[in-house]
Design a protein around this ligand. Structure first.
Ligand code: KG4
Ligand code: ZN
Length: 345
């Protein structure tokens, strides 16, 4: 099946074409307009999608060497995400599908992140535990049957990516913060500052990152500007290590408790080198297969949307064109089709 995927949930305008197990093209246009504001401005994001997305779709078709008449189905992100941004991509997808008489499917963005690991059509071994860590989400998700998701843990405050972004702002490293902290911290001493490991020994599988952010703030306030500049790499490495330790401790505990046979990393923070390396080192002696998404598909892209849609479309799932995008679209609701019941209208 030749399938066009469209992603516009936040600040990436993206389109991709896949043909069965093959990825034919992937175009991602990152909106730079937000940089000066230090975070995504929703109104600017939707305007940028309006301006850029039709061109991005054209480029994806061109890169695939196909015309629109070659498409057999269209998929677009339905949610979660920014309402205005989602609307642009969702309606573009629906309009394309309607005009060509093609099947259309709305996709849960988080399911997309999971399927970035299986871009060529593979499926995870079940039961599978997914650590989903992005700018808006930090969740431990158990998949016991194909595409049936149960959230067994989530952040009680900030998402992991949000913590990276906020700490980068404190350190004057710009936005988005994850890549900046990771780059700066690469040469640092991770044991330089003993930031707290939240929820150590606590029951369950939830996360918490806001205390860590506050601890970074206090450590900066206690010192001079010179000290900060001199030890920037060490501060970044120490912060990053505290995030990794918490993520890994909670995740590995959940692996044991659930008897998961496959561990899957998903979302923008999955691009973090320290986390990837340390998770790999922890999983190898356990003989636990670990799926790490290719770096290019960790942050938002449309290959993951097309791939998540592909299996569902083959099984005959469709989204009615009367349906709208859904800014609050829980992964558990996506287990039962792509979320009509969460419409909230
Ligand atoms: O999945 P994504 O592109 O968008 C959302 O759905 O939220 O994730 C973006 C988040 C941002 O918070 C960004 O700082 C973080 O992923 N991120 C990273 C890295 N690359 C991106 N965090 C840590 N290390 C990275 N290398
Ligand atoms: Zn995302």
């Amino acid at each position: 099946m030749i399938l066009l995927g469209i992603e516009s949930s936040c600040d990436e305008s993206a389109a991709a074409v896949i043909d069965g197990a093959r990825v034919l093209s992937s175009v991602v246009s990152t909106q730079l307009v937000h940089r000066r504001w230090g975070g995504v401005v929703p109104e600017l994001a939707s305007r940028e999608h309006l301006r850029v997305l039709p061109r991005v779709v054209k480029a994806a078709l061109q890169d695939a060497g196909l015309g629109v008449e070659a498409l057999e189905a269209v998929a677009a992100t339905r949610g979660p995400g920014l309402p205005g941004s989602l609307l642009v991509g969702y309606h573009l997808g629906k309009a394309l599908a309607w005009s060509r008489g093609l099947p259309f499917l709305g996709v849960n963005h988080m399911e997309g992140h999971i399927y970035a690991n299986f871009a060529h059509g593979e499926e995870p071994l079940l039961p599978c535990l997914v650590l989903v860590i992005s700018g808006g989400h930090s969740q431990l998700v158990l998949m016991e049957a194909p595409r049936r998701y149960r959230i067994i843990g989530q952040t009680m405050d900030d998402a992991a990516g949000e913590a990276f972004d906020k700490v980068a702002k404190l350190l004057g490293l710009g936005w988005p913060g994850g890549p900046a902290i990771s780059r700066t911290g690469a040469t640092g001493n991770a044991a330089f500052l003993a930031y707290p490991r939240a929820l150590t020994g606590r029951e369950g599988f939830d996360f918490s990152f806001s205390g860590l952010k506050t601890a970074v703030l206090h450590s900066l306030r206690a010192q001079s500007e010179d000290w900060r500049n001199k030890h920037l790499a060490d501060i970044c490495a120490s912060f990053e290590q505290a995030v990794c330790d918490q993520l890994m401790a909670r995740t590995l505990k959940a692996v044991v408790t659930t008897g998961a046979r496959h561990l899957v990393l998903a979302g923008g923070v999955a691009a973090n080198t320290r986390l990837r390396t340390q998770l790999e080192a922890a999983c190898t002696p356990l003989g636990l297969p670990l799926a790490l998404p290719p770096l290019a598909w960790c942050t938002d892209n449309a290959v993951m949307i097309a791939r998540a849609a592909h299996g569902r479309l083959l099984r005959g799932e469709r989204s009615p064109l009367s349906e709208d995008a859904t800014p609050r679209f829980d992964l558990e609701a996506a287990s039962h089709g792509q979320g009509a019941e969460q419409d909230g209208r």
